[in-house]
Ligand binder design. Sequence first.
Ligand SMILES: *Cc1c(COP(=O)(O)O)cnc(C)c1O
Length: 341
Amino acid sequence: MSKDIDWSNLGFGYVTTDKRFVANYTNGAWDEGAIIDDPMVTMSECAGVLQYAQTCFEGLKAYRTKDGKVVCFRPDLNASRMADSCRRLEMPVFPEDKFVQACIDVVKNNLDFVPPYGSGATLYLRPYMFGINPVIGVKPANDYQFRIFCTPVGPYFKGGAKPIVIRVSDLDRAAPNGTGHIKAGLNYAMSLHNIVDAHNNGYAENMYLDPKTRTKVEETGGANFIFITKDGTLVTPKSDSILPSITRRSLMIVAEKYLGMKVEHREVYLDELANFAECGLCGTAAVISPVGKIDDHGKEICFSSGMEEMGPWTKKLYDTLTGIQMGTIEAPEGWIQVIAE
Ligand SMILES: *Cc1c(COP(=O)(O)O)cnc(C)c1O
């Protein structure tokens, strides 16, 4: 490892790495794209992304496995989800096969930044696209830039994942028939005030309800929910305004195929939460964050797994999925993209 990085003390932040990928869309077509050195983006003061927030992104990780390979996890799903985001935002789709190849190329060109196996750290990849030409009348941009940079990130939870306390939010993150199901920057911009307010009041996250009836559970600002019943059924909320988490979709398969759990993907009502034994948030960054308690306007919903550690089913799910990602447990066909042997 030639990079002088203290892998065990990395946080979840941005570190400038050596190389990044950039492709430009002009005159109705993508150029070939290239791996470049310059970490800075230069654009018009009137660029579409700066005026009307025309941008979307993805997030995935590369891992060093026990046997020394470098791999990433289901990048094809990030490619197709980004294509969905682009279509909804009137942006050109970056071809899905080229998206996966560009992810591979970025990692290959930054191999020294892939943290060692066992450090708990990983290399986080951030693909994103934005309207770059001047736009002042409200309309989609004509020209776009697609980039992928990577940054080494520490274990999301240092010293193990302690259960968190979250609150039921009074604000919404998505509108009915809106953009909650795509990975658009705008969904995050509007959630920032609420997350700062949650933190100021001692909560780690906001639980968003369905924006139409406010009776059903959706997700948090950046992670899907998993619930586990007392008899070991995995239940995940279903709604058109939830972002389809790749971690959640993978956990549903892990639960059924590896752990023999029953799996239900259905509407989940706020007033049934007290019946569940375990609760967690899932996403690429943390894999699973256990939730110990939900505050619904002073009414506390406490899970039997408690505030000290992950519940037993959550732990099994976490260990199995991270084992698959790190190469200690055999992966389902097509889940692992080998980047370097
Ligand atoms: C990215 C994201 C997630 C998690 O998705 P993964 O594919 O598992 O990383 C969940 N919710 C929202 C709103 C997101 O933007």
